[in-house]
Design a protein around this ligand. Structure first.
Ligand SMILES: CC(C)(COP(=O)(O)OP(=O)(O)OC[C@H]1O[C@@H](n2cnc3c(N)ncnc32)[C@H](O[C@H]2O[C@H](COP(=O)(O)OP(=O)(O)OP(=O)(O)O)[C@@H](O)[C@H]2O)[C@@H]1O)[C@@H](O)C(=O)NCCC(=O)NCCS
Ligand SMILES: Nc1ncnc2[nH]cnc12
Length: 290
């Protein structure tokens, strides 16, 4: 008799990890993204490619599941949960670096999606804004075990230019996602742009407002200004679904490559947008097919 593998319904934490990884894969695959890795190629990066982004995304499933499960066990925002998430986030980063042989593919995404996965478990069935607010409450708690790295790219450019980076984006409740990415995604879908164009528009809306420390690190204030203005120009021309918008998008892509700039922070926040968008209240039901 052939062995039977028992089929068990995935837990809520496992389903949240599925959604987080899917959001990262969807972000990586979305094309054409200015300066970023996509289906066309490596963008402004010499050490990244699409296969590596996929492998990195898959490697993070256990970390996201563990973060959501820790939230399920704790049941509320607390100092203990913050410290557990910090350790799980660092373990996730170590696994990502092992799989990519030391290349930073998703550091910012682990931070954003880790906090949001935990918050989604705490706030099951809540709105995107409520989940982001709960993630912000977690991000505002100090993690005494976190190694202070004043030399991270983000820390360096935040000091140099006096801007706010990934930490503050989370602590303020992900305004780039809640006020820009999600509303644009819904508006472009509603206008009939088609799913891929709506996602590109959401990315552009995030880019038009974000102080992306990846762009600042590689291309300074001029690069950041050109990224924001170029993204706004695409949307003002009619977005990715329009011919005029596509022309502007090609110019922006060319500009980002000429500046060696890549909006990695905006890409992470697009993944956070897609995660929250997919998180319909029924997604956590035991038999849920999102
Ligand atoms: C709080 C942390 C996020 C650490 O923050 P910090 O700013 O000190 O560190 P960075 O190493 O710079 O990482 C921040 C990453 O966040 C993304 N990002 C950038 N700007 C923003 C923004 N305004 N809002 C949100 N997110 C933003 C971005 O990630 C993407 O870029 C990565 C590539 O970056 P980099 O290595 O600089 O790459 P290159 O330019 O290619 O390098 P070179 O080739 O030139 O060498 C890529 O990974 C994307 O993901 C920033 O990089 C947080 O990480 C932390 O404290 N973690 C500890 C664990 C923890 O507490 N976890 C809690 C639960 S999850
Ligand atoms: N598609 C992408 N290209 C480059 N860096 C990224 N960080 C997150 N997603 C990325």
């Amino acid at each position: 008799m052939s062995a039977l593998i028992a089929r068990q319904a995935p837990s809520a934490a496992e389903r949240l990890a599925d959604l987080a990884v899917q959001a990262l894969v969807d972000e990586a695959d979305l094309s054409p993204k200015p300066g970023l890795v996509d289906r066309r190629g490596s963008g402004a990066h010499s050490d990244l490619h699409l296969g590596l982004m996929h492998a990195s995304a898959q490697s993070l499933w256990p970390a996201f599941a563990a973060m959501a499960d820790a939230a399920r066990r704790e049941g509320r925002v607390s100092q203990a949960l913050r410290e557990t998430l910090g350790q799980l986030g660092r373990d996730g980063e170590a696994e990502m670096l092992r799989v990519t042989a030391g290349v930073n593919t998703h550091r910012g995404a682990i931070w954003a999606l880790g906090l949001l996965s935990a918050a989604a478990m705490l706030e099951s069935g809540a709105s995107a804004g409520e989940i982001a607010a709960s993630a912000a409450a977690l991000a505002r708690l100090d993690d005494p075990a976190a190694p202070h790295n004043p030399d991270s790219h983000g820390a360096r450019v935040c000091r140099r230019y006096g801007v706010l980076g990934a930490r503050e984006q989370a602590q303020h409740g992900f305004p780039a996602v809640i006020e820009h990415g999600l509303p644009q995604l819904l508006a472009s879908r509603h206008a009939g742009a088609g799913e891929q164009n709506a996602r590109l528009d959401a990315l552009l809306a995030i880019m038009s407002s974000l102080t992306d420390t990846c762009v600042l690190h590689r291309a300074g204030l001029e690069g950041l200004t050109r990224m924001q203005a170029g993204a706004r120009a695409v949307l003002e021309a009619g977005g990715a679904a329009s011919l005029a918008g596509r022309r502007q998008l090609r110019l922006l892509d060319r500009d980002m490559l000429a500046l060696n700039a890549s909006p990695g922070g905006a890409a992470d926040l697009l993944a956070a947008t897609l995660f929250l968008d997919r998180l319909a209240p029924h997604a956590l039901a035991p038999t849920g097919s999102y």
